[in-house]
Design a protein around this ligand. Structure first.
Ligand code: AMP
Length: 180
């Protein structure tokens, strides 16, 4: 299993920018756009994920709308496997399966194409997103993968807000590159 050195961890950590009070007061938004436009940090991160997941015998990467698409697509290409988008409601054009999840106030919904993993029976899928906070979004994404007859083998995040205990609600193993 690939371990990230402290030096490499610091390169990634220092490339992520904190934006206080975005999108609303009291939230510290972890801005990964400064990781994406930093080639050294992005390559350090993606090389680590490639090394880690090469041993997992994955069939697909599923990425969560929208920042999960970026890391997920790069990783899928590096591992030479397919990429599947988990999208916010109403964005996917073909027949979908949906999963609702609770927000602070109200509900949101994510969807996946019903035939997303049909090329491979019992597909082994890694779910990826930039950040796990309460875990609601990732739990819904993992449920969707399992609903369409694939298997969510792990959920991967670049950053985890550990004080929210989001990973407690997810049945699959969780790997976070950085913990805050
Ligand atoms: P949750 O469902 O609470 O785990 O929220 C995770 C989703 O919200 C991910 O798609 C994140 O991109 C986004 N998110 C939540 N909190 C933050 C934050 N503090 N900084 C950046 N993104 C966040």
């Amino acid at each position: 299993m690939s371990q990230l050195s402290q030096e490499d961890k610091d390169i990634i950590l220092n490339s992520i920018r904190d934006i206080p009070d975005f999108p609303k007061k009291g939230i510290i938004f972890k801005d990964i756009s400064t990781l994406l436009n930093n080639p050294k940090a992005l390559n350090t991160l993606m090389k680590h994920l490639e090394d880690r997941y090469r041993e997992y015998n994955l069939d697909y990467i599923a990425g969560i709308d929208a920042r999960g698409f970026i890391f997920g697509s790069i990783l899928a290409d590096r591992l030479n496997i397919g990429f599947v988008p988990v999208r916010k409601k109403g964005k996917l054009p073909y027949t979908t399966v949906a999963e609702k999840y609770a927000l602070e106030y109200g509900f949101d919904e994510v969807e996946i194409h019903i035939d997303a993993f049909d090329h491979k029976k019992d597909a082994r899928v890694l779910l990826i997103d930039d950040l796990i906070a309460t875990g609601g979004t990732a739990k819904a994404g993992a449920n969707l993968i399992n609903k369409v007859n694939a298997h969510c083998v792990e959920c991967c995040f670049i950053a985890e807000l550990t004080f929210l205990n989001g990973k407690e609600c997810i049945d699959s193993p969780v790997y976070s590159v950085l913990e805050f």
